[in-house]
Write a protein that binds this ligand. Structure first.
Ligand code: UD1
Ligand code: UDP
Length: 364
Protein backbone atom coordinates (compact mmCIF):
# COMPACT_ATOMS: atom_id res chain seq x y z
CA UNK A 1 0.00 0.00 0.00
CA UNK A 2 1.53 3.33 -1.10
CA UNK A 3 0.90 6.59 0.70
CA UNK A 4 -0.04 9.74 -1.25
CA UNK A 5 -0.17 13.16 0.40
CA UNK A 6 -1.91 16.11 -1.26
CA UNK A 7 -1.07 19.59 -0.01
CA UNK A 8 -3.74 22.29 -0.36
CA UNK A 9 -4.05 25.75 1.13
CA UNK A 10 -6.17 28.18 -0.88
CA UNK A 11 -9.77 28.25 -2.15
CA UNK A 12 -9.04 27.03 -5.69
CA UNK A 13 -6.87 24.18 -4.35
CA UNK A 14 -9.78 22.62 -2.50
CA UNK A 15 -11.85 22.59 -5.70
CA UNK A 16 -8.99 20.92 -7.59
CA UNK A 17 -8.25 18.18 -5.07
CA UNK A 18 -11.82 16.98 -4.41
CA UNK A 19 -12.20 15.02 -7.69
CA UNK A 20 -8.81 13.39 -7.20
CA UNK A 21 -9.67 12.32 -3.65
CA UNK A 22 -12.84 10.69 -5.03
CA UNK A 23 -10.93 9.02 -7.87
CA UNK A 24 -8.43 7.42 -5.46
CA UNK A 25 -11.28 5.66 -3.65
CA UNK A 26 -11.40 3.13 -6.50
CA UNK A 27 -7.81 2.17 -5.62
CA UNK A 28 -8.28 1.64 -1.87
CA UNK A 29 -6.16 -1.50 -1.93
CA UNK A 30 -3.27 0.14 -3.77
CA UNK A 31 -3.05 3.64 -2.27
CA UNK A 32 -3.96 5.64 0.80
CA UNK A 33 -4.68 9.32 0.04
CA UNK A 34 -4.03 11.86 2.81
CA UNK A 35 -4.74 15.59 2.70
CA UNK A 36 -2.69 18.32 4.36
CA UNK A 37 -4.32 21.78 4.60
CA UNK A 38 -1.68 24.47 5.15
CA UNK A 39 -4.20 27.03 6.46
CA UNK A 40 -3.12 29.66 3.91
CA UNK A 41 -6.84 30.39 3.56
CA UNK A 42 -8.59 30.03 6.89
CA UNK A 43 -11.92 31.92 7.03
CA UNK A 44 -14.85 29.50 6.98
CA UNK A 45 -16.04 31.12 3.75
CA UNK A 46 -12.66 30.59 2.09
CA UNK A 47 -12.07 27.09 3.39
CA UNK A 48 -14.63 25.11 5.44
CA UNK A 49 -17.49 25.83 3.04
CA UNK A 50 -15.55 24.15 0.21
CA UNK A 51 -14.90 21.00 2.22
CA UNK A 52 -18.63 20.86 2.92
CA UNK A 53 -19.86 21.71 -0.58
CA UNK A 54 -17.42 19.31 -2.23
CA UNK A 55 -17.84 16.45 0.24
CA UNK A 56 -14.13 16.52 1.08
CA UNK A 57 -13.10 14.68 4.25
CA UNK A 58 -11.57 16.69 7.11
CA UNK A 59 -7.90 17.23 6.30
CA UNK A 60 -5.57 14.69 7.93
CA UNK A 61 -3.14 17.51 8.80
CA UNK A 62 -3.76 21.22 9.37
CA UNK A 63 -0.73 23.52 9.55
CA UNK A 64 -2.52 26.75 10.57
CA UNK A 65 -0.19 29.03 8.60
CA UNK A 66 -2.42 32.02 7.71
CA UNK A 67 -1.21 35.15 5.92
CA UNK A 68 2.06 37.07 5.84
CA UNK A 69 4.61 38.21 3.31
CA UNK A 70 5.50 35.77 0.56
CA UNK A 71 8.70 34.75 2.32
CA UNK A 72 7.02 34.38 5.73
CA UNK A 73 4.08 32.40 4.42
CA UNK A 74 6.16 30.13 2.17
CA UNK A 75 8.81 29.55 4.81
CA UNK A 76 6.29 28.73 7.56
CA UNK A 77 4.57 26.20 5.32
CA UNK A 78 7.95 24.62 4.50
CA UNK A 79 8.95 24.31 8.16
CA UNK A 80 5.66 22.80 9.27
CA UNK A 81 5.23 20.53 6.27
CA UNK A 82 8.73 19.13 6.66
CA UNK A 83 7.69 17.73 10.04
CA UNK A 84 4.64 16.04 8.51
CA UNK A 85 6.67 14.54 5.66
CA UNK A 86 9.35 13.27 8.04
CA UNK A 87 6.72 11.55 10.15
CA UNK A 88 4.53 10.22 7.35
CA UNK A 89 7.14 9.41 4.67
CA UNK A 90 4.67 9.54 1.76
CA UNK A 91 5.57 7.90 -1.55
CA UNK A 92 4.27 10.89 -3.51
CA UNK A 93 3.32 14.48 -2.73
CA UNK A 94 0.57 15.98 -4.91
CA UNK A 95 0.25 19.76 -5.34
CA UNK A 96 -2.48 21.52 -7.31
CA UNK A 97 -2.43 25.02 -8.83
CA UNK A 98 -0.02 27.89 -8.36
CA UNK A 99 -0.34 29.34 -4.86
CA UNK A 100 2.36 29.70 -2.20
CA UNK A 101 1.26 26.42 -0.60
CA UNK A 102 1.91 24.68 -3.95
CA UNK A 103 5.43 26.09 -4.24
CA UNK A 104 6.34 25.45 -0.59
CA UNK A 105 5.18 21.83 -0.67
CA UNK A 106 6.92 21.08 -3.97
CA UNK A 107 10.20 22.47 -2.64
CA UNK A 108 10.12 20.60 0.66
CA UNK A 109 9.13 17.26 -0.88
CA UNK A 110 11.60 17.37 -3.76
CA UNK A 111 14.51 18.22 -1.42
CA UNK A 112 13.54 15.24 0.74
CA UNK A 113 13.69 13.02 -2.33
CA UNK A 114 9.92 12.48 -2.39
CA UNK A 115 8.45 12.48 -5.93
CA UNK A 116 6.11 15.39 -6.67
CA UNK A 117 3.02 15.47 -8.90
CA UNK A 118 1.85 18.89 -10.09
CA UNK A 119 -1.80 19.11 -11.07
CA UNK A 120 -2.31 22.03 -13.51
CA UNK A 121 1.28 22.07 -14.75
CA UNK A 122 2.72 24.03 -17.66
CA UNK A 123 0.49 27.13 -17.51
CA UNK A 124 2.47 30.31 -18.14
CA UNK A 125 1.47 33.99 -18.19
CA UNK A 126 5.09 34.95 -19.07
CA UNK A 127 4.73 37.70 -16.46
CA UNK A 128 7.11 37.29 -13.56
CA UNK A 129 5.53 40.19 -11.67
CA UNK A 130 2.72 37.73 -10.84
CA UNK A 131 3.66 35.72 -7.76
CA UNK A 132 1.82 32.75 -9.25
CA UNK A 133 4.10 32.68 -12.31
CA UNK A 134 7.16 32.11 -10.15
CA UNK A 135 5.26 29.45 -8.20
CA UNK A 136 4.30 27.68 -11.45
CA UNK A 137 7.81 27.69 -12.93
CA UNK A 138 9.57 26.49 -9.78
CA UNK A 139 6.94 23.85 -9.02
CA UNK A 140 7.19 22.43 -12.54
CA UNK A 141 11.01 22.31 -12.43
CA UNK A 142 11.00 20.11 -9.31
CA UNK A 143 7.99 17.95 -10.23
CA UNK A 144 8.16 14.38 -11.54
CA UNK A 145 4.59 14.15 -12.84
CA UNK A 146 3.27 17.14 -14.77
CA UNK A 147 -0.51 16.90 -15.26
CA UNK A 148 -1.53 19.39 -17.92
CA UNK A 149 -4.99 20.94 -18.43
CA UNK A 150 -4.68 22.54 -21.90
CA UNK A 151 -2.42 22.27 -24.97
CA UNK A 152 -0.51 25.48 -24.21
CA UNK A 153 0.82 23.73 -21.10
CA UNK A 154 2.38 20.94 -23.17
CA UNK A 155 4.02 23.46 -25.51
CA UNK A 156 5.38 25.50 -22.61
CA UNK A 157 6.90 22.48 -20.87
CA UNK A 158 8.46 21.22 -24.11
CA UNK A 159 9.91 24.68 -24.78
CA UNK A 160 11.47 24.56 -21.31
CA UNK A 161 13.11 21.23 -22.15
CA UNK A 162 11.05 19.06 -19.80
CA UNK A 163 11.37 15.28 -20.38
CA UNK A 164 8.46 14.09 -22.48
CA UNK A 165 7.75 11.13 -20.20
CA UNK A 166 6.90 13.49 -17.30
CA UNK A 167 4.17 15.31 -19.25
CA UNK A 168 0.61 13.95 -19.08
CA UNK A 169 -2.22 15.73 -20.90
CA UNK A 170 -5.19 14.87 -18.69
CA UNK A 171 -7.61 17.82 -19.00
CA UNK A 172 -8.89 20.28 -16.43
CA UNK A 173 -9.56 18.97 -12.94
CA UNK A 174 -11.44 22.10 -11.84
CA UNK A 175 -14.01 21.21 -14.50
CA UNK A 176 -14.49 17.78 -12.84
CA UNK A 177 -15.87 19.57 -9.77
CA UNK A 178 -18.01 21.88 -11.91
CA UNK A 179 -19.35 19.05 -14.06
CA UNK A 180 -20.28 17.05 -10.96
CA UNK A 181 -22.44 19.92 -9.67
CA UNK A 182 -23.67 21.45 -12.93
CA UNK A 183 -27.14 19.90 -13.10
CA UNK A 184 -28.02 20.69 -9.50
CA UNK A 185 -27.45 24.40 -10.21
CA UNK A 186 -30.87 24.48 -11.89
CA UNK A 187 -32.50 23.96 -8.49
CA UNK A 188 -30.38 26.52 -6.66
CA UNK A 189 -32.37 29.51 -5.45
CA UNK A 190 -29.61 32.08 -4.89
CA UNK A 191 -30.42 34.12 -8.03
CA UNK A 192 -34.01 34.68 -6.92
CA UNK A 193 -33.05 35.14 -3.28
CA UNK A 194 -30.78 38.00 -4.26
CA UNK A 195 -33.63 39.62 -6.21
CA UNK A 196 -31.92 38.98 -9.55
CA UNK A 197 -33.29 37.75 -12.87
CA UNK A 198 -31.41 35.06 -14.80
CA UNK A 199 -29.27 36.42 -17.70
CA UNK A 200 -29.87 39.96 -16.48
CA UNK A 201 -27.08 40.73 -14.02
CA UNK A 202 -23.30 41.01 -13.87
CA UNK A 203 -21.07 38.99 -11.52
CA UNK A 204 -17.61 40.32 -10.61
CA UNK A 205 -14.62 39.09 -8.58
CA UNK A 206 -11.23 40.72 -8.03
CA UNK A 207 -8.26 39.70 -5.92
CA UNK A 208 -5.05 40.09 -7.96
CA UNK A 209 -2.55 42.34 -6.15
CA UNK A 210 -2.09 44.32 -9.41
CA UNK A 211 -5.80 45.25 -9.37
CA UNK A 212 -6.59 45.55 -5.67
CA UNK A 213 -3.44 46.47 -3.73
CA UNK A 214 -2.94 49.88 -5.35
CA UNK A 215 -5.35 52.57 -4.13
CA UNK A 216 -5.71 54.36 -7.48
CA UNK A 217 -6.29 51.12 -9.39
CA UNK A 218 -8.86 49.86 -6.91
CA UNK A 219 -10.69 53.20 -6.88
CA UNK A 220 -10.83 53.26 -10.69
CA UNK A 221 -12.08 49.68 -10.70
CA UNK A 222 -14.84 50.45 -8.18
CA UNK A 223 -15.87 53.50 -10.25
CA UNK A 224 -16.18 51.27 -13.31
CA UNK A 225 -18.25 48.72 -11.40
CA UNK A 226 -20.49 51.52 -10.10
CA UNK A 227 -21.13 52.76 -13.64
CA UNK A 228 -21.82 49.25 -14.96
CA UNK A 229 -24.23 48.61 -12.08
CA UNK A 230 -26.44 51.35 -13.56
CA UNK A 231 -26.88 49.10 -16.62
CA UNK A 232 -27.47 45.82 -14.75
CA UNK A 233 -27.46 44.82 -11.07
CA UNK A 234 -23.88 43.84 -10.29
CA UNK A 235 -22.97 41.25 -7.63
CA UNK A 236 -19.46 41.43 -6.22
CA UNK A 237 -18.48 38.72 -3.70
CA UNK A 238 -15.44 40.27 -2.07
CA UNK A 239 -12.23 38.28 -1.48
CA UNK A 240 -10.53 38.92 1.93
CA UNK A 241 -7.55 40.67 0.30
CA UNK A 242 -9.92 43.02 -1.54
CA UNK A 243 -12.12 43.50 1.52
CA UNK A 244 -9.11 44.66 3.57
CA UNK A 245 -8.04 47.11 0.88
CA UNK A 246 -11.52 48.50 0.24
CA UNK A 247 -11.76 49.24 3.95
CA UNK A 248 -8.22 50.65 4.21
CA UNK A 249 -8.79 52.99 1.25
CA UNK A 250 -12.34 53.92 2.38
CA UNK A 251 -13.84 52.64 -0.88
CA UNK A 252 -16.60 50.47 0.60
CA UNK A 253 -18.91 53.35 1.47
CA UNK A 254 -21.70 55.17 -0.42
CA UNK A 255 -22.12 52.44 -2.98
CA UNK A 256 -25.24 52.42 -5.19
CA UNK A 257 -27.87 49.84 -4.26
CA UNK A 258 -27.37 48.12 -7.60
CA UNK A 259 -23.75 47.29 -6.69
CA UNK A 260 -24.20 44.37 -4.30
CA UNK A 261 -21.12 43.56 -2.24
CA UNK A 262 -21.24 40.18 -0.46
CA UNK A 263 -18.96 37.98 1.58
CA UNK A 264 -17.08 35.33 -0.45
CA UNK A 265 -19.73 32.83 -1.51
CA UNK A 266 -19.84 29.07 -1.15
CA UNK A 267 -18.88 27.00 -4.16
CA UNK A 268 -22.37 25.89 -5.23
CA UNK A 269 -23.92 29.33 -4.68
CA UNK A 270 -21.15 30.96 -6.66
CA UNK A 271 -21.42 28.45 -9.52
CA UNK A 272 -25.17 29.07 -9.69
CA UNK A 273 -24.67 32.83 -9.85
CA UNK A 274 -22.06 32.35 -12.57
CA UNK A 275 -24.20 29.99 -14.63
CA UNK A 276 -27.10 32.46 -14.90
CA UNK A 277 -25.06 35.68 -15.22
CA UNK A 278 -25.24 37.72 -18.42
CA UNK A 279 -21.61 38.70 -17.93
CA UNK A 280 -18.78 37.88 -15.53
CA UNK A 281 -15.94 40.35 -14.95
CA UNK A 282 -12.93 38.96 -13.12
CA UNK A 283 -9.20 38.59 -12.63
CA UNK A 284 -9.49 35.02 -11.30
CA UNK A 285 -7.73 32.13 -12.98
CA UNK A 286 -10.35 29.48 -12.31
CA UNK A 287 -13.33 31.66 -13.20
CA UNK A 288 -11.95 32.20 -16.73
CA UNK A 289 -12.15 28.41 -17.15
CA UNK A 290 -15.51 27.85 -15.50
CA UNK A 291 -17.21 30.53 -17.64
CA UNK A 292 -15.73 28.92 -20.74
CA UNK A 293 -17.17 25.55 -19.73
CA UNK A 294 -20.58 27.13 -19.07
CA UNK A 295 -20.53 29.29 -22.21
CA UNK A 296 -20.92 32.46 -20.14
CA UNK A 297 -19.30 35.68 -21.42
CA UNK A 298 -16.28 36.64 -19.29
CA UNK A 299 -14.15 39.77 -19.30
CA UNK A 300 -10.69 39.25 -17.78
CA UNK A 301 -9.21 42.44 -16.38
CA UNK A 302 -5.57 41.45 -16.78
CA UNK A 303 -2.84 42.06 -19.32
CA UNK A 304 -2.19 38.36 -19.86
CA UNK A 305 -3.59 34.95 -19.10
CA UNK A 306 -1.88 31.64 -18.40
CA UNK A 307 -5.07 29.98 -19.72
CA UNK A 308 -5.06 30.97 -23.41
CA UNK A 309 -7.50 28.22 -24.43
CA UNK A 310 -10.25 30.25 -22.76
CA UNK A 311 -9.54 33.02 -25.29
CA UNK A 312 -8.86 30.87 -28.36
CA UNK A 313 -11.69 28.39 -27.85
CA UNK A 314 -13.82 29.71 -24.99
CA UNK A 315 -15.93 32.74 -24.11
CA UNK A 316 -13.21 34.72 -22.34
CA UNK A 317 -12.32 38.27 -23.47
CA UNK A 318 -8.82 39.27 -22.35
CA UNK A 319 -9.29 43.02 -22.27
CA UNK A 320 -6.28 44.33 -20.30
CA UNK A 321 -6.36 46.81 -17.45
CA UNK A 322 -7.52 49.89 -19.38
CA UNK A 323 -10.87 50.34 -17.63
CA UNK A 324 -12.40 52.45 -20.40
CA UNK A 325 -11.88 49.50 -22.67
CA UNK A 326 -13.31 47.14 -20.06
CA UNK A 327 -16.44 49.28 -19.89
CA UNK A 328 -16.75 49.42 -23.66
CA UNK A 329 -16.43 45.64 -24.09
CA UNK A 330 -18.90 45.14 -21.21
CA UNK A 331 -21.42 47.46 -22.90
CA UNK A 332 -20.97 45.61 -26.20
CA UNK A 333 -21.65 42.29 -24.49
CA UNK A 334 -24.72 43.67 -22.68
CA UNK A 335 -25.83 44.98 -26.08
CA UNK A 336 -25.72 41.46 -27.51
CA UNK A 337 -22.28 41.37 -29.15
CA UNK A 338 -21.12 38.09 -27.66
CA UNK A 339 -18.48 35.53 -28.50
CA UNK A 340 -19.42 31.92 -29.18
CA UNK A 341 -17.32 29.32 -27.42
CA UNK A 342 -16.65 25.60 -27.24
CA UNK A 343 -15.53 23.34 -24.41
CA UNK A 344 -11.78 22.64 -24.65
CA UNK A 345 -10.43 19.13 -25.20
CA UNK A 346 -10.63 16.77 -22.20
CA UNK A 347 -12.56 19.23 -20.04
CA UNK A 348 -15.00 16.38 -19.57
CA UNK A 349 -15.24 15.66 -15.84
CA UNK A 350 -12.87 12.68 -16.03
CA UNK A 351 -9.53 14.34 -15.30
CA UNK A 352 -9.35 13.07 -11.71
CA UNK A 353 -9.83 9.51 -12.95
CA UNK A 354 -7.05 9.89 -15.53
CA UNK A 355 -4.62 11.29 -12.97
CA UNK A 356 -5.41 8.59 -10.40
CA UNK A 357 -4.92 5.88 -13.00
CA UNK A 358 -1.51 7.24 -14.08
CA UNK A 359 -0.32 7.62 -10.48
CA UNK A 360 -1.46 4.16 -9.43
CA UNK A 361 0.04 2.54 -12.53
CA UNK A 362 3.38 4.20 -11.87
CA UNK A 363 3.79 3.91 -8.13
CA UNK A 364 1.61 1.13 -6.75
C1 UD1 B 1 -3.91 33.48 -2.96
C2 UD1 B 1 -2.93 33.05 -4.06
C3 UD1 B 1 -3.50 33.40 -5.41
C4 UD1 B 1 -4.89 32.79 -5.57
C5 UD1 B 1 -5.79 33.20 -4.43
C6 UD1 B 1 -7.09 32.46 -4.53
C7 UD1 B 1 -0.52 33.19 -3.49
C8 UD1 B 1 0.71 33.96 -3.68
N1 UD1 B 1 -1.67 33.78 -3.93
O1 UD1 B 1 -4.03 34.89 -3.01
O2 UD1 B 1 -2.66 32.87 -6.42
O3 UD1 B 1 -5.42 33.24 -6.79
O4 UD1 B 1 -5.16 32.84 -3.17
O5 UD1 B 1 -8.10 33.06 -3.81
O6 UD1 B 1 -0.50 32.10 -2.98
N2 UD1 B 1 -7.03 36.27 4.19
C9 UD1 B 1 -7.98 36.26 5.16
N3 UD1 B 1 -8.77 35.15 5.27
C10 UD1 B 1 -8.63 34.07 4.46
C11 UD1 B 1 -7.66 34.11 3.45
C12 UD1 B 1 -6.86 35.22 3.33
O7 UD1 B 1 -8.14 37.19 5.93
O8 UD1 B 1 -9.37 33.08 4.61
C13 UD1 B 1 -6.14 37.43 4.09
C14 UD1 B 1 -4.70 37.03 4.43
O9 UD1 B 1 -4.46 37.05 5.80
C15 UD1 B 1 -3.90 38.02 3.67
C16 UD1 B 1 -4.75 38.29 2.43
O10 UD1 B 1 -6.06 37.87 2.74
O11 UD1 B 1 -3.77 39.22 4.39
C17 UD1 B 1 -4.23 37.56 1.23
O12 UD1 B 1 -4.17 36.14 1.44
P1 UD1 B 1 -3.07 35.22 0.72
O13 UD1 B 1 -3.40 33.79 0.88
O14 UD1 B 1 -1.70 35.65 1.12
O15 UD1 B 1 -3.19 35.62 -0.81
P2 UD1 B 1 -4.48 35.72 -1.72
O16 UD1 B 1 -4.63 37.11 -2.21
O17 UD1 B 1 -5.63 35.06 -1.05
N1 UDP C 1 -15.38 31.00 -5.99
C1 UDP C 1 -16.32 30.72 -4.99
N2 UDP C 1 -16.85 31.78 -4.29
C2 UDP C 1 -16.54 33.08 -4.55
C3 UDP C 1 -15.59 33.34 -5.57
C4 UDP C 1 -15.02 32.27 -6.26
O1 UDP C 1 -16.64 29.56 -4.75
O2 UDP C 1 -17.06 33.97 -3.89
C5 UDP C 1 -14.76 29.86 -6.70
C6 UDP C 1 -14.82 29.94 -8.21
O3 UDP C 1 -16.00 29.36 -8.73
C7 UDP C 1 -13.60 29.13 -8.60
C8 UDP C 1 -12.62 29.44 -7.50
O4 UDP C 1 -13.38 29.91 -6.40
O5 UDP C 1 -13.91 27.74 -8.59
C9 UDP C 1 -11.62 30.46 -7.96
O6 UDP C 1 -10.86 30.89 -6.89
P1 UDP C 1 -10.08 32.28 -6.91
O7 UDP C 1 -10.67 33.20 -7.93
O8 UDP C 1 -10.01 32.73 -5.50
O9 UDP C 1 -8.61 31.82 -7.31
P2 UDP C 1 -7.81 31.68 -8.69
O10 UDP C 1 -8.54 30.71 -9.54
O11 UDP C 1 -7.69 33.04 -9.28
O12 UDP C 1 -6.48 31.19 -8.26
Amino acid sequence: MKKLLSVVGARPNFIKIAPLDKAFKKYRKEVKHLICHTGQHFDDRMSKVFFEDLGLPRPDFYLGIGGGSHAEQTARIMLELEKVLLAEKPDLVIVPGDVNSTLAAALVASKMGIPVAHVEAGLRSFDNTMPEEINRIVTDVVSDYLFVSEHSGIRNLRDEGVDEHKIHFVGNIMIDSLEAHYEMLENNTIVGQMGLEPENYILATFHRPSNVDDQENLKALMDTLKRLSKERPLVFPVHPRTRKNLAAFGLDKRLPKSLILTEPLGYIEFLALMRYAELVITDSGGIQEETTYMGVQCITVRKNTERPVTIDVGTNHLVGTDLEKVEKVAMDILGGITKPGRIPELWDGKTGKRIAEIIVENIA
